[in-house]
Design a protein around this ligand. Structure first.
Ligand SMILES: NC(=O)c1ccc[n+]([C@@H]2O[C@H](COP(=O)([O-])OP(=O)(O)OC[C@H]3O[C@@H](n4cnc5c(N)ncnc54)[C@H](O)[C@@H]3O)[C@@H](O)[C@H]2O)c1
Length: 645
């Protein structure tokens, strides 16, 4: 019995509901003419293979999988290299309308979506507009297999079809840029999705149910839809939309004509900028710091590939919740990621044992499992607290940082240090717990109060002062714009500072180097923590402000010890003061005692063998760790800066 006849027979044998039930998310592609075979999967495979065994006159073409992965193979010989593989009856563009090569996109464009969304017709039009060749993945597969997808399914089964689809998409994306229309099930395959993510910009043509149903109604090559089109499409939508939402760009392809939708896609592509990704490489694996504007509303698509489960608990503070939680939740919902929320009061006081206890309890109340992720949405306080909750609840939950202050984006969200404060000092209870991903949405910085923006800026300056003289020079040049809200300068600062921190953390993940290493990130912090302890971790002195003062004091101490030119210390103090951050102790709103500050330093967790640990500098960009700092020099430095005895 020929395969097509076997398929017809199967179709008669299998009731529609059973076919639908088998049509799980990834198992019901709908390329032209292929639905029948695909829905007959299962029993159909058995019947068809029996048919193949009997029909020895039809040689199995097992080489098709190989051909799919080959460059310029037999399949390609049958398909024109440029332009649509088959002439489109309604093609609106003449060849003369081909744009000049200069208009060509640098990256391939992959269209995903359900049957009827218009992937092929819009793909053809888009290809002409952007000056790229158009390919249809299903047509490629059929050409390579030398049979229809219906027959392919019947002969080899869905796993082979998916493997072929993976190969053809990989091969096409490895070549010169093109516009590629994929079968509706292709994007449901994790490995195909990964290949598309790596090699192309993906566009989901999203379409409402009624529109889809109208478009596919009466198409004889989609027999599945002839019986219960609306029900079938609704089932497919529920299964696939959360995964389609992982596409880079979503364009509604509704009532508009194909030409209008094509223009919308083209426009969206022109306005789209891929977020920057920085890899933090650690001994136990790597994670990405993703930096870009508008990432919250795409959080689901960005996080879905790394979350072990489509469930999470978002921990945030009241101020951030009011401003940015709805965007994040909407972004997560788009990819069907279920989210609970736990909200704490804003400010350093939330990094306490009491808040930790309440938050951990609420997280457990939400019935988390070991694969449920904790997402920190907020500044360094939320990041440190939520990270410690993630590190300790059920002995460790997956963790994601979504930093919303400049300080958190440039520093605290990267590197895996988490913790809370105790009556004895800052960050004295904590754990190393690396995130799965850091999503730094630079657009949220627009709502950050000016004082918080300044405080975060201190950590960027710190990165430059430690080991990146060019970054420090960039800071001197761009501080005014960055602090005035220049989004470009802010994004660049986040990238540069994160790249710096990623390098340092990769070399000494757990701050175990005998000297220098990750401990260099504490430049200014021995001073800063003492001031924070003195002022009670409140609004009186923000962490970043304390760091700014600490940086100036570390340079002054280094100059006093004769290891740094005084001019370098003066240059740093002048820059810090010019930004409105405290550069001297006498710029603080209250008086401080040098002896009390040194007493706090002696309880700092960086003490070793009872000796004070400092990060000193030979100059800008030349920090080093030291354990030979006499307490008297520290006291003199503090006094010179305006401290009482
Ligand atoms: N883990 C680390 O490696 C590391 C490094 C540096 C600092 N830290 C810690 O970070 C903490 C300081 O972090 P921080 O400066 O981000 O403070 P924060 O988390 O308290 O945030 C500052 C304030 O800004 C508000 N806010 C946050 N995002 C906002 C937004 N987009 N728009 C409007 N308001 C917003 C918050 O509600 C809060 O009131 C300190 O506890 C410090 O110890 C940790």
């Amino acid at each position: 019995m020929p395969a097509a006849a076997a398929i017809r027979k199967v179709r008669r044998m299998i009731p529609l509901n059973a076919r639908l039930a088998r049509g799980a998310a990834g198992s019901m592609p709908e390329a032209d003419g292929s639905c029948l075979a695909r829905m007959a999967l299962g029993a159909g495979r058995v019947l068809a293979s029996a048919a193949m065994t009997r029909n020895s006159a039809m040689p199995p073409d097992a080489g098709w999988l190989k051909r799919l992965g080959m460059e310029r193979d037999a399949a390609e010989a049958r398909i024109p290299q440029d332009g649509p593989p088959t002439p489109h009856p309604h093609a609106p563009f003449a060849a003369a309308q081909q744009p000049a090569p200069s208009a060509r996109a640098a990256r391939s464009i992959v269209l995903v979506g359900l049957m009827g969304a218009g992937k092929s017709s819009i793909g053809r039009r888009l290809a002409l507009q952007v000056g790229l060749p158009f390919r249809d993945a299903d047509a490629e597969i059929e050409a390579a297999a030398r049979c229809s997808i219906a027959e392919l399914f019947a002969r080899y089964g869905e796993p082979s079809f998916r493997e072929g689809e993976r190969r053809v998409i990989r091969r096409l994306l490895a070549g010169p840029p093109l516009v590629l229309a994929t079968g509706g099930g292709a994007f449901m395959d994790a490995s195909t999705r990964a290949a598309i993510r790596a090699g192309a910009t993906s566009v989901w043509l999203r379409c409402r149910l009624e529109v889809l149903a109208r478009r596919v109604a009466g198409r004889s090559h989609r027999p599945l839809l002839a019986v219960d089109p609306v029900g079938t499409l609704a089932t497919l939508m529920a299964q696939r939309h959360p995964t389609y939402a992982e596409a880079d760009i979503i364009v509604d392809s509704g009532e508009d004509s194909a030409d209008v939708t094509t223009r919308n896609v083209h426009h969206a592509l022109q306005g789209w900028r891929a977020p920057e990704r920085l890899a933090v490489r650690l001994s136990g694996g790597a994670y990405d710091v993703v930096v870009g504007s508008g990432l919250l509303s795409r959080a689901g698509s960005l996080l879905a590939p790394v979350l072990p489960q489509k469930r999470c608990v978002v921990i945030t503070d009241e101020a951030v919740a009011a401003l940015h939680l709805p965007s994040l939740l909407a972004g997560l919902a788009q990819a069907a990621i279920e989210a609970h929320t736990v909200v704490v009061a804003p400010g350093e006081a939330s990094k306490s044992l009491a808040t930790y206890g309440r938050v951990a309890g609420e997280v457990l109340e939400h019935g988390v499992e070991r694969r449920t992720a904790v997402i920190a949405l907020g500044g360094g306080v939320v990041g440190d607290l939520a990270g410690f909750v993630a590190a300790s609840v059920l002995r460790g939950l997956p963790f994601v940082q979504v930093p919303t202050t400049l300080l958190a984006q440039v520093d605290s969200s990267v590197g895996g240090k988490t913790g809370i404060n105790t009556a004895q000092g800052k960050n004295l209870l904590g754990a190393f717990h690396q995130p799965l991903m850091v999503l730094a949405d630079t657009a949220v910085l627009a709502t950050l109060p000016a004082r918080e923006l300044r405080a975060g800026y201190a950590e960027i300056v710190k990165a430059g002062l430690i080991a990146d003289r060019a970054l420090y020079a960039w800071c001197e040049e761009h501080a005014a714009g960055l602090l005035a809200g220049d989004a470009g300068a802010q994004a660049e600062a986040v990238l540069r500072a994160c790249a710096f921190k990623a390098r340092v953390v990769a070399e000494d993940e757990r701050e175990e180097a005998a000297s220098d290493g990750r401990a260099l990130l504490n430049l200014g912090h021995t001073f800063a923590h003492a001031f924070e302890r003195e002022t009670g971790y409140g609004e009186g002195l923000l962490h970043g402000e304390a760091v700014a003062l600490g940086l100036c004091l570390a340079f002054a101490l280094s100059a006093r010890l004769g290891v740094c030119p005084p001019a370098e210390a003066a240059r740093v103090a002048a820059h810090i003061a010019a930004t409105g951050l405290p550069a001297r102790v006498d710029a603080l709103p209250r008086r401080h005692s040098a002896a009390a500050l040194v007493a706090h330093m002696q309880r700092d967790k960086k003490m070793r063998d009872g000796r004070l640990a400092f990060v000193l500098v030979h100059g800008i960009g030349q920090a080093f760790t030291s354990r030979d700092v006499p307490a008297a020099a520290v006291i003199d430095t503090l006094r010179e800066s305006g401290c009482d005895a």
